[in-house]
Design a protein around this ligand. Structure first.
Ligand SMILES: NC(=O)C1=CN([C@@H]2O[C@H](COP(=O)(O)OP(=O)(O)OC[C@H]3O[C@@H](n4cnc5c(N)ncnc54)[C@H](O)[C@@H]3O)[C@@H](O)[C@H]2O)C=CC1
Ligand SMILES: O=C(O)[C@H]1O[C@H](OP(=O)(O)OP(=O)(O)OC[C@H]2O[C@@H](n3ccc(=O)[nH]c3=O)[C@H](O)[C@@H]2O)[C@H](O)[C@@H](O)[C@@H]1O
Length: 503
């Protein structure tokens, strides 16, 4: 490397994008590689200021301690991008790649404008030889566009190697996922220079990741593996959620079914938790991207297959919202409802694509007033997500609480949208006593003790189970449903065939 005068392959790293990936990844990198200087740059001054303050821009268990330990030593956050890029031997591109909201591929294709602007900036300012690492999640063959832009703008004496190194961390467990990854993928060119670049990035990871977990492959396999991994994970959730609908209609219990399925060593127990639906910034975006790529390649059956994972997720969120209204006597107009949890999963303050947003909007459309509590999501973020300018405005009605008991007071129902651990230990008797009766609990995460809640007096509804009905009652329901089906079938027969004998 041009700027590297020591024996080590990499001395300085620059990461463009100080978000949920760039921030934690570089913090762990700095912690594990004290011999490397890591600078995270971002065009957002607000974000960089937050990374340099006591209140980090994202909540992630264990992250604050690492940042405090490394910041100012070998970890730096800056908006001054040019010097950091010039100095670096290796540059990570960790910027956002959202779904396009306009033009060709609108609503499905990934918008690569931020990745492209990074490539152009690197080409403009860098000298010597650089390794450019694509860490953002991108469509397969995106590295070719980066190479194109860099090559088209190369000045004499400048050379680049572009690698794909997708990130697999999950929010809420990012530090653990980064310190003990299942695998690290590095895709690159087959050439000598390509192999040298792959070796340099592997050397960085080998500071803490066992060599056998660092996997080398061709660039396109690496890019596609990231989309495929997210699609497979989301597919499992949609599969168990589809089964949850069957459970609710038949009296089976989805937790029991998930346990039975997960005990098969070929399937395993993870990602079988039925829920109100998956959220987060990536599953939907990445599957839509996969659908778009498949369609672009004329693989229409493949596209339709993955589209179903998204459709099932929409169905699950809709079903949950409708079930709340139905259980509350088919009207929630002017009723006060408490939403417990607004983040898309526990241990994060991130609300991107959170199912809570969908549920809250559905309840607001039905005329309800919402009391919302989440341990980590900022009030301004909730109002922004619900497109409310301020609390309790006009016809709609949203109040944000920083105490769950205050939130529950005077409301008709509790709706659990996030599986925060502390929700399990709350004093539900205290909440029940302060609520209007009948008091309802809708557990969209299946984490509460439903028997205990029922004993307190709550009417409890959850995903994938119809609680409160004994086996005998179920037999009766199924019997009545059967009669209904028989009657409608006979009516249909008479209308279309002139009665059963007319066939
Ligand atoms: N959030 C997650 O848990 C994971 C995300 N990913 C992928 O990583 C990428 C980044 O995701 P997040 O960190 O969540 O996004 P983010 O939105 O939290 O952060 C992206 C950052 O990049 C900055 N940025 C954008 N364009 C820039 C430019 N030209 N120059 C300087 N800064 C620029 C933005 O200001 C923002 O701070 C995406 O492709 C995502 O799909 C991959 C694995 C996990
Ligand atoms: O590319 C990404 O952004 C990341 O996407 C996911 O990570 P993340 O979205 O942060 O969190 P997950 O734990 O995967 O949860 C996603 C959603 O699925 C839901 N979920 C998860 C598991 C489950 O069994 N059931 C279920 O409903 C969660 O509550 C959450 O809403 C992947 O797990 C990461 O490997 C990947 O790097």
């Amino acid at each position: 490397m041009a700027t590297n005068t020591t024996e080590t392959p990499v001395c300085k790293i620059c990461c463009i994008g100080a978000g949920y990936v760039g921030g934690p990844t570089c913090s762990v990198l700095a912690l594990k590689c004290p011999d490397i200087q890591v600078t995270v740059v971002d065009r957002s001054e607000l974000r960089i200021n937050q990374w340099n303050s006591d209140k980090l821009p994202i909540y992630e268990p264990g992250l604050e301690e690492i940042v405090k330990q490394c910041r100012g030593k070998n970890l730096f956050f800056s908006t001054d991008m040019i010097p950091a890029l010039k100095e670096a031997d290796l540059i990570f591109i960790s910027v956002n790649t959202p779904t396009k909201t306009f033009g060709l591929g609108k609503g499905r294709a990934a918008d690569l404008k931020f990745v492209e602007s990074c490539a152009r900036l690197i080409a403009d300012v860098c000298e010597g030889s650089k390794i450019v690492v694509e860490k953002s999640t991108v469509p397969v063959r995106s590295a070719a566009s980066i190479v194109n832009i860099l090559k088209a703008n190369t000045r004499p004496g400048v050379s680049y190697q572009v690698l794909s190194n997708p990130e697999f961390l999950a929010e809420g467990t990012a530090v653990n996922d980064l310190t003990q990854p299942d695998r690290v993928l590095i895709g690159g060119e087959e050439s000598e220079e390509g192999k040298k670049a792959i070796a340099a990035l592997s050397w960085v990871y080998q500071h803490w990741v066992p060599a056998e977990k660092i996997i080398h492959m061709n660039t396109w396999s690496s890019e596609l593996s990231k989309l495929a991994a997210n699609a497979f994970l989301a597919q499992r959730i949609s599969s168990i959620n589809a089964i949850s609908a069957v459970c609710e209609a038949t009296g089976a219990d989805v937790s029991e079914v998930a346990k039975a399925i997960g005990l098969d060593s070929r399937l395993g127990p993870k990602f079988l938790q039925a829920s109100v639906g998956f959220g987060g910034s990536c599953f939907q975006k990445d599957i839509l991207n996969l659908v778009y790529i498949s369609e672009s390649l004329n693989l229409t059956s493949v596209a339709a297959y993955w589209q179903q994972v998204i459709d099932m997720n929409e169905y699950q969120k809709t079903r949950f919202g409708q079930r709340i209204v139905q259980a509350m006597f088919n009207t929630i107009t002017d009723k006060h409802i408490t939403i417990l949890g607004f983040a898309f999963k526990k241990n994060t303050g991130d609300t991107r694509e959170s199912p809570a947003i969908y549920v809250a909007k559905h309840l607001l459309e039905e005329g309800a007033c919402l009391h919302i509590f989440d341990p980590k999501v900022e009030k301004a973020q909730i109002l922004l997500d619900l497109e409310q300018t301020e609390e309790k405005t006009g016809a709609s009605c949203v109040s944000i609480f920083d105490d769950p008991y205050e939130a529950a007071k005077g409301t008709h129902a509790l709706v659990v949208c996030t599986e925060w651990d502390q929700f399990v230990t709350y004093d539900y008797q205290r909440m029940y006593d302060s609520m209007l009766k009948p008091a309802f609990v809708f557990d969209g995460r299946k984490t509460l003790d439903h028997a205990a809640l029922t004993k307190i007096g709550f009417h409890v509804e959850t995903i994938g189970k119809r609680p409160g009905h004994s086996f005998q009652v179920w037999i009766k329901i199924l019997f009545l449903e059967r009669i209904k089906v028989d009657v409608s079938f006979r009516c249909w027969q008479e209308q279309n065939w002139g009665g059963a004998n007319g066939i």
